[in-house]
Design a protein around this ligand. Structure first.
Ligand SMILES: [Zn+2]
Length: 520
C-alpha cells in the first residue's frame, strides 16, 4: 500500500469535522437549512485553513441526493463522486495556472449547459486573485446575471487583489487561522487513529510551526513520521524543524536575566552547533519573552502552552516581574534589524545576547536619571559604590536599616529626591534627641545645600525618628560664620536636582560653578 499524505487521508468529509471555522460553518449551515444560499461566495483566509475543503463540502451539501442539507450524506453517488473529484457537475479551476481570458470564455461556454444530473453546477476557483484583469471583467458580466443553477465558490489568500466590483457581488466568508489548541487536539486524535505515538509537547511544537494552518501541521507531521517513524517527541520535532526547545530558551533568558552573559553565549553556541538557524533562535527568544511578559502581567493567561512549560516560564516571569521582562523584551526587539540583516549574524546574535545580559545596569542608570527608585533585581550592575537607596516597600521605615538609609528612603518616598544626595554624602549619627549629618571638608558644598534646606530636612527627620528629634548639620573642622554664602553660584549648582543625581549616579564631585555661556 502506498503512503497517502495525512492531509488527504484526514480531509474533513462533513462540516462537523472542520475545525476552527465555527462562524463560517454556522453561516453555511443556516443558509443551507433556510435555503437562502447565495450564488457566489468568496472564501478568504491564509493557506491550509479549510477553504477548498469547505468548498467541496458545500458542493456536496447542495448536490446530495438527500439534500440540499446542512450535512451531506456522504453515501450517495453525488457525494462519493465529489469526494473522489470525478463529478461532472463540480468543476475545480486553479486560477494560478489559468490566468488568461480564454479560460473564462471556456467557462462561459460551460455555463450554457445545465447540470448533467445534480441540482447545481458548482464552480470552485482556487487562488481567484490570480485572474487577469480581462478575466475578472468577463467574470463580472457573468456575476451580473447569474444563472440560477450555478454556484460559484472563489477561494483566495489575498482578498484585496479581487476587484471591488466582483467582491460586491459575492458573499464573503473569512476563514480564521486555526487556534493552536485545536490543531494540537486534531494532531493527537489523528496520531491515535493512525496508531503512532505523538507527545503533547511535540504536537504543540508542530502546531506552533504551522501558524494556524491545519494542512501545514499535517504536512510537518508527515515529515516527522518519515524521520522518527512511530514515536514522535519534542526532541525529534526540534531537530526536524530546527527550533530550539522551549526549556532551553527559558534557561537562556533566565541566565541573561541574572546577568550571566558567559552562560548565555555558551548556550547559543551549542544551539548553533546543533544546526539551529540564527534567525529562528532570535525569534524564539522573542516569543518566549512575550509569553513571560503575558504571564508576569497575569499568571492565569493560558498562552497555549503545555503545563510544564507554562510553569517553567511562569516561575522566571514572576521572579523578574513585569517591568523587568518588559525592559528585556524591549532590548531584545531593538536588535531585530541587526540580527536580520547582518552579514555575520552569529555575531549579531551574540551582541544581542550580551546586551540582554547587561540589562540590569542599563535599567538602573535610566531609572535613576529619570528620578525613579530602581527595581530590586539581582544580577550584574548592582554592585556597591553607587548604590541608590531602595524605596521602602512596606510604606514605612525599615527598623533594621541605618538611620541614614531610613532617612533617605523617607525622602525618596516623599518626593524630596533632591535631598537624598545630601543625606548620602554625609555621615549620619543618631542619638536619643539629635540626628547629626556630618560632612567632610570636600563635601562642604553639600553641607551648604543641606543647611539651605534645613527646615525640610528636619521635618523629615521628625517624621522618621520622632517629633523631639533635633537636626544638626556639621562640617569636619567647622565652618566659619558667613562662609556659607561665599559662592552663591556654587550653592545654586549644588541645589540643582540634575547635578545631585549625576553626582549620585556617576559618583562625581562639583569642583567649580560658572555662569551659563562662560568657559570654566
Ligand atoms: Zn449525499
Amino acid at each position: 500500500m502506498t503512503y497517502q499524505v495525512l492531509a488527504r487521508t484526514w480531509r474533513p468529509q462533513t462540516f462537523a469535522d472542520v475545525i476552527g471555522q465555527e462562524a463560517v460553518v454556522q453561516t453555511l449551515h443556516n443558509a443551507l437549512s433556510a435555503e437562502t444560499l447565495g450564488h457566489a461566495y468568496v472564501f478568504s483566509g491564509i493557506r491550509g485553513v479549510g477553504k477548498t475543503t469547505a468548498a467541496r463540502l458545500l458542493a456536496k451539501a447542495v448536490n446530495c441526493e438527500k439534500g440540499p442539507a446542512p450535512e451531506p450524506c456522504g453515501q450517495c453517488v453525488s457525494c462519493q463522486e465529489i469526494a473522489e473529484g470525478s463529478s461532472l457537475d463540480v468543476v475545480e479551476i486553479d486560477a494560478a495556472t489559468h490566468t488568461g481570458v480564454d479560460n473564462v470564455r471556456e467557462l462561459q461556454e460551460m455555463l450554457r449547459y445545465h447540470p448533467t444530473r445534480d441540482r447545481y453546477r458548482v464552480i470552485i476557483v482556487d487562488e481567484v486573485h490570480m485572474l487577469s484583469k480581462s478575466a475578472f471583467n468577463a467574470l463580472l458580466k457573468i456575476l451580473e446575471e447569474p444563472p440560477s443553477y450555478i454556484l460559484w465558490i472563489f477561494a483566495t489568500t489575498e482578498t484585496h487583489k479581487i476587484p471591488a466590483t466582483v467582491l460586491s457581488r459575492c458573499q464573503q466568508l473569512e476563514f480564521r487561522p486555526v487556534p493552536l489548541e485545536k490543531i494540537v487536539e486534531r494532531l493527537l486524535a489523528i496520531a491515535s487513529e493512525e496508531q503512532f505515538e505523538l507527545s503533547r509537547d511535540a504536537a504543540s511544537m508542530v502546531a506552533r510551526a504551522a501558524q494556524g494552518s491545519v494542512r501545514d501541521a499535517l504536512s510537518i507531521l508527515d515529515q516527522m513520521r518519515g524521520f522518527s517513524a512511530d514515536s514522535i517527541d519534542s526532541d525529534a520535532v526540534a531537530e526536524v524543524l530546527g527550533v530550539p526547545r522551549f526549556e532551553v530558551v527559558v534557561d537562556l533568558i533566565s541566565a541573561l536575566a541574572g546577568g550571566d552573559g558567559m552562560t548565555g553565549l555558551g548556550m547559543l553556541r551549542s544551539e548553533l552547533r546543533a544546526g539551529h538557524d540564527v534567525w529562528v533562535l532570535y525569534q524564539e527568544v522573542g516569543r518566549v519573552l512575550r509569553v513571560m511578559l503575558h504571564l508576569a502581567m497575569n499568571a492565569d493567561v493560558a498562552e497555549d502552552l503545555p503545563d510544564e512549560q507554562r510553569q517553567q516560564a511562569l516561575e522566571v516571569a514572576e521572579n523578574l516581574g513585569a517591568a523587568a521582562v518588559t525592559r528585556m523584551a524591549g532590548l531584545w526587539l531593538e536588535h531585530e534589524a541587526m540580527v536580520g540583516s547582518a552579514d555575520n549574524r552569529e555575531l549579531a546574535l551574540d551582541v544581542a545576547c550580551m546586551r540582554l545580559a547587561r540589562w540590569p545596569a542599563v535599567q538602573r542608570v535610566e531609572a535613576l536619571l529619570a528620578g525613579e527608585a530602581p527595581p530590586a533585581v539581582g544580577g550584574q550592575g548592582q554592585g556597591s559604590g553607587s548604590q541608590a537607596p531602595a524605596a521602602p516597600t512596606d510604606g514605612g521605615a525599615h527598623a533594621s536599616a541605618s538611620p541614614g538609609g531610613r532617612l533617605s528612603s523617607a525622602l525618596w518616598a516623599g518626593g524630596q529626591r533632591r535631598l537624598v544626595g545630601a543625606v548620602e554624602g554625609s555621615t549620619v549619627r543618631l542619638s536619643d534627641d539629635e540626628l547629626v549629618l556630618e560632612f567632610s571638608t570636600q563635601a562642604k558644598p553639600l553641607a551648604v545645600f543641606a543647611r539651605q534646606c534645613f527646615d525640610e530636612l528636619e521635618a523629615s527627620c521628625r517624621e522618621v525618628f520622632g517629633s523631639s528629634i533635633r537636626l544638626t548639620i556639621e562640617v569636619e573642622g567647622g565652618v566659619a560664620p558667613g562662609q556659607e554664602d561665599e559662592n552663591p553660584l556654587m550653592r545654586e549648582a549644588l541645589a540643582d536636582p540634575g547635578v545631585i543625581l549625576v553626582q549620585k549616579v556617576l559618583g562625581g564631585e562639583v569642583i567649580s560653578a560658572v555662569p551659563d555661556g562662560e568657559p570654566n
